[in-house]
Design a protein around this ligand. Structure first.
Ligand code: C2O
Ligand code: CU
Ligand code: CU
Length: 457
């Protein structure tokens, strides 16, 4: 029944270019905020304790208009949680909204009881405690709602925040840090004449590009190196970003640092993917303006280069070696597709829509597996992507499409063009229980394009 709320008449591909109808606004009128870093409220059982509330409120996103949003913590731009490898975080979330919600830590290696399973919900007025052990290398994760069938609408209305894991090894590299290490959460939105977010319909119509909660803002930078942690929190969009031909150095992906930096002039991120990049603004004269643009929707964010500034940071040629690939003992096929025969499209994995009662895949803990994930919607030309909970994976290759630059390194989400397959390998190291895997275009997962694996001893 939850599907009735969707007005989809056809699965939309994010490659479509459709004019949006949002009220006009002046780009580069406001400064891009940086999310506040959450402070622990205490320390208990070896963990830093944080509290967050799910709250409905209004925010001025477009000038002069108040938009109804859902938030973690009361502001449209949720606080960033900064954790450390090996140091546990306890997150207590109070649901002050009148609908159920929950929190999934995207990309985290976490016990099933704290993964934010789609049926493990926080009812209105209730609280829930999540435990994150942070037993993984430094990287950029993000937290978002994962409530069954409503994840797309909840995330679209604002239930998204950044979570950074820092580690010691990374600190020795002396990458830009402190004020020069800036998470940027990118998303989109379609707004009606009253400034309300329009959900449903064609995601390609979402015409307002939003960076850290502001539509097409500017960001003053000193003429030195910055590290930007880009997170695509849009429910259904591929950002194809460039800096007007200027070079960006990619240093990390979803699961952490790359073995060595990769110079890029273009960067693609599908929903939920992250890219860790360094931009060296010392190459530009003070006064230079550099626009980060999306190939489809145009300007996203402008960097305004200001005075020179001392810079003792570096980007070493060797960042961090990837863990050795083990030998895989299990191979599986996973097919993502739509069933278009009913009044509403149904998302399927291996022919079935998501059923939280069913375990689609049984995995023995400790095994290394190769999954061949195929986008069966060649005839519809629908783009999907693929996200696995619990473990990072490696992309071994693709069939029907060349390997993408953004496939490198440790990944938990990859895009999947129509009619092509991606081969991913992972080792299920530690935890037991039920975890989801799905298309991370959340409109698709909300329509059923999600399945469950159960890790058993
Ligand atoms: Cu971003 Cu199932 O998650
Ligand atoms: Cu996830
Ligand atoms: Cu999909």
């Amino acid at each position: 029944a939850h599907r009735d709320q969707f007005r989809h008449t056809e699965p939309h591909t994010v490659a479509d270019t459709v004019d949006g109808l949002s009220p006009a606004f002046t780009p580069f009128a406001k400064r891009m905020p940086v999310a506040p870093v959450a402070s622990p409220v205490g320390y208990a059982d070896g963990a830093d304790v944080y509290r967050l509330a799910v709250k409905q409120t209004t925010a001025e996103i477009l000038p002069g208009l108040q938009t109804e949003v859902l938030t973690f913590g009361g502001n449209f731009l949720a606080p960033t949680i900064r954790a450390r490898t090996g140091r546990p975080v306890r997150l207590i979330v109070a649901n002050q909204h009148d609908q159920h919600a929950n929190v999934h830590m995207h990309g985290a290696h976490v016990a099933a009881s704290s993964d934010g399973h789609p049926m493990d919900l926080i009812m209105p007025g209730q609280s829930r405690t999540y435990e994150y052990t942070n037993k993984q290398q430094g990287t950029t994760l993000w937290y978002h709602d994962h409530s069954h069938g409503t994840e797309a609408s909840h995330v679209y209305h604002g239930l998204h925040g950044v979570y950074v894991i820092e580690d010691d090894d990374e600190q020795y590299l002396r990458l830009p840090s402190g004020a020069f290490d800036v998470p940027i959460m990118l998303r989109d939105g379609l707004f009606d004449a009253n400034g309300q977010l329009v959900f449903g319909g064609n995601p390609a119509e979402r015409d307002v590009m939003i960076a850290n909660g502001q539509p097409v803002p500017y960001f003053p930078v000193a003429a030195r190196k910055y590290r930007f942690r880009l997170v695509n929190a849009a429910t259904e969009r591929v950002f194809k970003l460039d800096l007007g031909g200027a070079e960006m150095l990619q240093i990390g992906t979803d699961g952490g640092l790359l073995p060595s930096p990769v110079p890029l002039t273009e960067l693609e991120l599908s929903s939920a993917e992250r890219a860790d990049i360094v931009i060296d603004f010392s190459r530009f004269a003070p006064g230079t303006q550099l626009v980060l643009s999306d190939a489809v929707r145009g300007p996203v964010l402008r960097f305004d280069v200001q005075r020179a500034f001392p810079d003792f940071s570096r980007v070493p040629d060797r960042l961090r070696a990837l863990p050795a690939l083990r030998r895989a003992s299990v191979q599986r096929d996973v097919v993502l597709s739509f069933d278009m025969s009913g009044p509403i499209p149904l998302g399927l994995i291996n022919g079935l829509p998501y059923d939280p009662q069913r375990s689609d895949v049984m995995v023995q803990r400790g095994t290394t597996e190769i999954w061949r994930v195929f986008n069966g919607d060649g005839p519809l030309n629908a783009l999907h992507n693929f996200h696995l909970h619990l473990e990072q994976f490696r992309v071994l290759g693709r069939e029907g499409s060349p390997t993408l630059q953004q496939d490198a390194g440790l990944k938990d989400t990859v895009q999947l063009p129509a009619g092509t397959a991606v081969l991913v390998q992972t080792t299920f190291r530690e935890h037991l229980g039920k975890y989801a895997f799905h298309c991370h275009f959340l409109e698709h997962s909300s329509l059923g394009m999600m399945a469950q694996m159960e890790i058993v001893p």
